[in-house]
Design a protein around this ligand. Structure first.
Ligand code: ZN
Length: 344
């Protein structure tokens, strides 16, 4: 067991101390005495290998959504396994960023009802979730050039196993993010729309010019071994890539012959809302290739005995990146995302 330092005054975190330090960073509750104690590992490597001066630090987050566990598991393992004697540069790990939401197994914090991944850049005078987000923006982001945020689709939907990033306008940032995203060796690298939401952790990091990678590594509040493996080795591959950690980049799924397939869904038309509230019966697994107009599943409205199931068809050709997993789905919720292959 490692020593853990409890931090009330955030100025007392020594982000430059050589070696590894584990903290519980206290953020006071809004409505009662007490604190969310958010785990933080700061590793300042004591090895001194040549990193080419490119990247000084990498930050990695799990538990931005409390009911997504693959990132919590993978980042927690790395928090304990990474040896500062082997590392050159700085690695900052926050495996359970929205700690109250992680404890309750919910997407939003039960303390203030706020979704951490809509709270960025945060607010030092806001409610608990906004104050944690502000800590990340003001204390962590300035120390790193690479930001990794490990997600898992939340409760309702299943994503094809993917790393992801937004379409950014800077060609150098785009090229670097495309390469780093592929290090997770997921079947898909998914370029997603900025138009579906605002206030993401990745929005803020991207705007600051960081190499910013997200990803969906599981679903339905489970711990999927395959997803953990990609998240865990993917993060290590990123550390290898920038030579913060010596070693070679390893395939995670060597049985798959092709490299990660680059797909994009960057227009809001690519995000199909459920036309009615009902239960979706998928025809195909996520990741399947489909043609425009192809039947992909039935949607059942069990309140209307006279209605046959509503056949759902792919609006365009590509790959099924998202479809419902847990039933039922509400009218208006995103029901289907088709990713179109991006050719270099
Ligand atoms: Zn998430």
């Amino acid at each position: 067991m490692s020593d853990v330092i409890t931090i009330h005054d955030h100025n007392e975190i020594d982000f430059d101390r050589p070696g590894k330090a584990l903290y519980e960073v206290a953020f006071h509750y809004d409505g009662t005495w007490g604190n969310a104690l958010v785990p933080l590992a700061v590793i300042n490597g004591t090895a001194n290998h040549d990193r080419g001066g490119r990247v000084q630090g990498v930050a990695c987050f799990g538990g931005t959504h409390g009911n997504e566990y693959e990132g919590q598991v993978a980042v927690w393992r790395l928090m304990h396994e990474l040896d500062p004697a082997q590392i050159s540069g700085r690695v900052i790990l926050m495996p359970r960023l929205n700690q109250p939401a992680c404890n309750s197994g919910t997407r939003e914090s039960p303390r203030d009802g706020v979704n951490m991944n809509r709270a960025f850049p945060g607010d030092p005078f806001g409610t608990l979730t906004y104050r944690i987000a502000h800590f990340v923006t003001s204390r962590v982001f300035p120390l790193v050039e690479v930001v990794l945020d490990i997600h898992a689709g939340g409760r309702g939907v299943e994503f094809a196993l993917c790393s992801s990033f937004h379409l950014v306008s800077d060609p150098a940032q785009y090229a670097e993010m495309k390469q780093v995203a592929s290090l997770f060796d997921t079947p898909f690298v998914y370029i997603y729309s900025s138009g579906m939401a605002r206030g993401l952790l990745t929005d803020e990091a991207e705007a600051l010019g960081k190499v910013t990678i997200g990803g969906e590594f599981g679903h339905s509040s489970g711990v999927h071994q395959r997803g953990v493996r990609h998240a865990y080795q993917g993060i290590k591959n990123v550390l290898h890539h920038y030579n913060l950690l010596p070693g070679t980049i390893q395939r995670v799924a060597p049985e798959r012959e092709n490299p990660p397939r680059l797909v994009e869904a960057v227009d809001l038309e690519d995000y199909v809302p459920a036309p009615i509230t009902g239960v979706f019966e998928p025809e195909l697994p996520v990741g399947s290739a489909v043609e425009a107009g192809q039947f992909v599943g039935n949607l059942y409205d069990f309140e209307r005995v006279g209605d046959a199931p509503l056949a759902i068809h792919a609006p365009s050709s590509g790959y099924i990146i998202l479809q419902p997993f847990q039933a039922p789905i509400a009218k208006g919720d995103t029901m289907l995302v088709i990713g179109k292959e991006v050719k270099d």
